[in-house]
Write a protein that binds this ligand. Structure first.
Ligand code: PEP
Ligand code: MN
Ligand code: NA
Length: 599
């Protein structure tokens, strides 16, 4: 194979700093995968699940301090502070490299450094990009093998001088001679650094083994670094699901959707429509890369190859297709273990057996345990190809043409079930005002509070949020604006006065998607309101659904008083962005206020 001089030089530089005992190039083979699992089983770091219940599947238990992404320890080290913007933790890149070089020096002693060449997106697609992760964690290797395409084929595509994103990761626990390894090695919280150097297309992650902190292809590359590449190259890297929806006549449309963590994005991506004759297929459940094709249409790929989903709450009822996706070849992290070698979690859809081993490795009995058996952010890592409704075209290098973009928050009031933007810029305004409650996916003290989360990208924008929103505006400034996807704002989480959800969600969300598809196709009855186009009273198909006209009215009600309060909230939120906020968004907000006042 051709030698990639820059890659070789970088590996040597990192090896000199981290001082691993050996360097191992991952080929991505099944044999290699089996061997790594066996080594981790031997060391007590992994448990092989009962092959009759979960073939090819393993359980890992993290250190109790290393269970989620750590936003406080996540840094965007751009050359200039204002390029990281008001919403990211900025550190001077030179100072940060100095601090982290001290940490990385000798950090891989007693360990193997794995070289993982990986492709985000189908190998060779014009939208795909290559990264190389250097890590001392075999857990990362086996997860990256599911979540991305890794190994020899990627190196061949990279050739002798292809571009790649440099991803360096260490759990931060060097081993002395003969010292036994921890079950889940990681560094204390104040030593964890999830650092991005966007100008250098480089990621340095230290001290955590957890998914979003350590599987660097995912949030770090495919969102934070890729968002910067996308800005520079005129495309989009978004925190979005991609699905196809086919009507009973066989017409197929593609929808992407931005939803904050833990608002049912994975569930929506693979839901089974309650509407007879309709079909939903999954292209991706977390990230979309979108680029204009030669036909002038925005085309999306899923840069990932697997699902890294939250286990608790996942059941045959809430997400049948996810449950089927995780029947085999799946890595479970921080779920409970049953006595017969299978997994269990809260919300799996059936009662816990009498006895379990909980996510901390302790005995747990249904009779006398109040503690959760699985961590609320326990995860499964499963190959996307195992999803029964994976779209046959999910790996099409050309991507799929996007007809509609959904943005969705989690708001108990004010925001109706659905409204459609007047035009692209108004849609960008809607996306900029997405808001939801803080969830267990992040370590935070504010669980339950509402926070603004523009396009569900707040923790993932690799640069200034204002420039990001301007990039969205710029993307819409196309000569062929009629080919752009339409933008819709959904809120599945509206409640009535007694605090009860008004909308059933799950498979019934297809009823809302049906209206979206009708609107995209130039049909679908709508009324113009101050906040956007909305379905006229009977436009949402509620056939066979147990919902009253009054409830539908409440779901779609635009309350002038609450909306004027909402405008004030948005003003305060925008004020935090300072002068760099795009002028067009300021104008959108003013226009909304005027339309509401005139109501
Ligand atoms: C993660 O925490 O690694 C992750 C994928 O998060 P989320 O579920 O928020 O996308
Ligand atoms: Mn996500
Ligand atoms: Na998370």
């Amino acid at each position: 194979m051709m030698v990639h001089k820059k890659l070789q030089a970088w590996i040597e530089e990192v090896a000199t700093m981290c001082q691993p005992d050996q360097i191992y190039w991952c080929d991505g083979s099944q044999e290699e995968n089996d061997r790594l699992f066996q080594e981790m089983v031997n060391k007590g770091q992994a448990i092989r699940l009962n092959p009759e219940k979960r073939p090819g599947s393993y359980l890992f238990r993290s250190h109790p301090s290393d269970v989620a992404r750590v936003e406080d320890r996540t840094f965007i080290a751009s050359g200039k502070k204002e390029d990281a913007g008001p919403t990211n933790n900025w550190v001077d890149p030179v100072a940060l490299k100095k601090t982290m070089t001290t940490l990385f020096t000798g950090s891989m002693k007693g360990r193997t450094m794995y070289v993982i060449p990986f492709s985000m997106g189908p190998i060779g697609s014009p939208i795909s990009k290559i990264g190389v992760e250097l890590t001392d964690s075999p857990y990362v290797v086996v997860n990256m093998r599911i979540m991305t395409r890794i190994g020899t084929a990627v190196l061949e595509t990279l050739g002798a001088d292809g571009e790649f994103v440099k991803c360096l990761h260490s759990v931060g626990v060097p081993l002395k001679d003969g010292e036994t390894d921890a079950a889940w090695p990681c560094a204390p919280i104040e030593e964890k650094y999830i650092s991005h150097f966007p100008d250098q297309r480089t990621i340095w992650s230290y001290g955590s083994g957890y998914g979003g902190n350590a599987l660097l292809g995912k949030k770090c590359f495919a969102l934070r670094i890729a968002s910067v590449q996308a800005r520079d190259e005129g495309w989009m890297a978004e925190h979005m699901l991609i699905l196809s929806i086919t009507d009973p006549q066989g017409n197929k449309k593609y929808v992407t959707g931005a939803f904050p963590s833990a608002t049912g994005k994975t569930n929506l991506a693979m839901h089974i429509p309650s509407l007879p004759g309709w079909k939903v297929e999954t292209v991706g459940d977390d990230i979309a890369w979108m680029k204009f094709g030669e036909d002038g249409r925005l085309r999306a790929i899923n840069p990932e190859a697997g699902f890294f989903g939250v286990a608790p709450g996942t059941s045959l009822e809430s997400n049948y297709n996810a449950m089927r996706s995780i029947e085999k070849n799946t890595i479970f992290t921080n779920v409970a273990l049953t006595d017969d070698g299978d997994v269990w979690w809260e919300g799996i859809g059936y009662d816990a057996p009498e006895h379990l081993i909980d996510w901390k490795g302790n005995d747990w009995t249904a009779a006398d345990s109040n503690a959760l058996a699985a961590h609320p952010n326990a995860r499964f890592t499963a190959p996307a190809g195992q999803c029964p409704v994976i779209a046959p075209e999910w790996e099409d290098p050309a991507g799929v043409p996007v007809d509609a973009i959904l943005v969705g928050g989690r708001r108990p009031n004010t925001i109706p079930l659905i409204h459609e933007s007047f035009d692209w810029d108004h849609g960008v305004f809607m996306g900029s005002t997405l808001s939801s409650e803080i969830t267990a996916a992040t370590i935070s003290n504010d669980i339950g509070q509402v926070r603004y989360d523009p396009f569900a990208m707040l923790p993932f924008i690799g640069y200034n949020v204002c420039d990001y929103l301007q990039h969205w505006i710029d993307i819409g400034a196309q000569p062929e604006a009629d080919k752009l996807p339409k933008i819709f704002y959904v809120n599945w989480f509206r409640k009535d006065e007694s605090g009860k959800w008004l909308w059933p969600g799950y498979g019934d969300n297809s009823r809302v998607l049906k209206w979206v598809i009708e609107r995209v196709s130039g049909q679908g009855a709508a009324v113009k309101t101050p906040i956007g186009y909305m379905p006229s009273p009977d436009a949402i198909d509620t056939d066979g659904l147990d919902i009253s006209a009054a409830e539908m009215k409440a779901l779609l009600y635009v309350d002038k008083k609450l909306w004027l309060q909402n405008v004030d909230l948005i003003k305060a939120y925008y004020a935090g962005f300072g002068d760099r906020l795009p002028q067009s968004l300021r104008l959108q907000l003013e226009a909304l206020e005027q339309r509401l006042t005139a109501l």
